[in-house]
Design a protein around this ligand. Structure first.
Ligand SMILES: [Zn+2]
Ligand SMILES: [Zn+2]
Length: 228
């Protein structure tokens, strides 16, 4: 089963016990995909057909430019532009509108990643059900961001009824606990702007805004250029 391909990676990322382990797995797979697309896979005709058709989202264009070398990125853009021009030059206004609307919502990297993450999620649920050590590791996680919490709730439908109740209870316990901590940190951050608390320690609240955005969106926001 292709799901089992990710067993080692899952154990490794859950083993870090730091932040959302699914974010960490996603980041690794995303880096691999970006490396492949701006490396050897770039010259593969079958992949070029897909990148020409699907294009990239803004986030992945940015990451390709950040991680990839200039020439591979330019070569991908060159044939992508040629295909876009062929559509625009030979289609009716309605067909062009439909084509551009689809293109605006598709991304080669997002599509590839989602395919892989689906297997990762199935594998996590399978490991939780079949591997006692992993079940323990799962219960020791600090937190899951909300998008990945939702995805795991959905993936848990692969379990039988009794297992699903136990899995969701464990997942819920971790998430509710981490949201409580986050909420306490945000509360304290807000309090610190009250003169009565100005001299108190910041405790763990200095990056509470960033951690909250990351928990809600699974993406770390850009750092501000100042301490507070
Ligand atoms: Zn996450
Ligand atoms: Zn994308």
């Amino acid at each position: 089963m292709s799901e089992h391909l990710y067993t080692i990676a899952i154990n490794e990322h859950f083993g870090k016990k730091c932040g959302c382990p699914i974010c960490s797995l996603h980041e690794m797979l995303e880096k691999n995909e970006l490396k492949a697309i701006t490396g050897a896979a770039m010259m593969e005709p079958s992949i070029r057909i897909q990148t020409n058709r699907l294009g990239f989202c803004y986030d992945h264009f940015n990451k390709m430019i950040t991680y990839g070398k200039r020439l591979p990125v330019a070569l991908i853009l060159q044939s992508h532009l040629e295909e876009i021009r062929a559509h625009i030059n030979s289609s009716s206004p309605d067909a062009v509108e439909k084509y551009l609307s689809n293109l605006g919502h598709s991304c080669y990297v997002c599509e590839k990643l989602e395919e892989k993450m689906k297997h990762v999620r199935s594998n996590i649920v399978y490991l939780w059900k079949s591997d006692e050590n992993f079940r323990k590791l799962f219960s020791e996680q600090q937190r899951f961001c909300l998008p990945h919490y939702r995805e795991l709730l959905s993936a848990s439908k692969e379990l039988g009824r009794r297992d699903r109740i136990a899995f969701c209870a464990e997942l819920g316990k971790i998430t509710k606990g981490s949201l409580q901590v986050l909420n306490d940190d945000i509360d304290w951050f807000c309090k610190k702007f009250d003169y009565r608390f100005a001299k108190e320690d910041w405790k763990n609240s200095k990056d509470a805004i960033e951690r909250t955005v990351e928990t809600l969106t699974s993406k770390l926001p850009a750092k501000r250029n100042e301490d507070i």
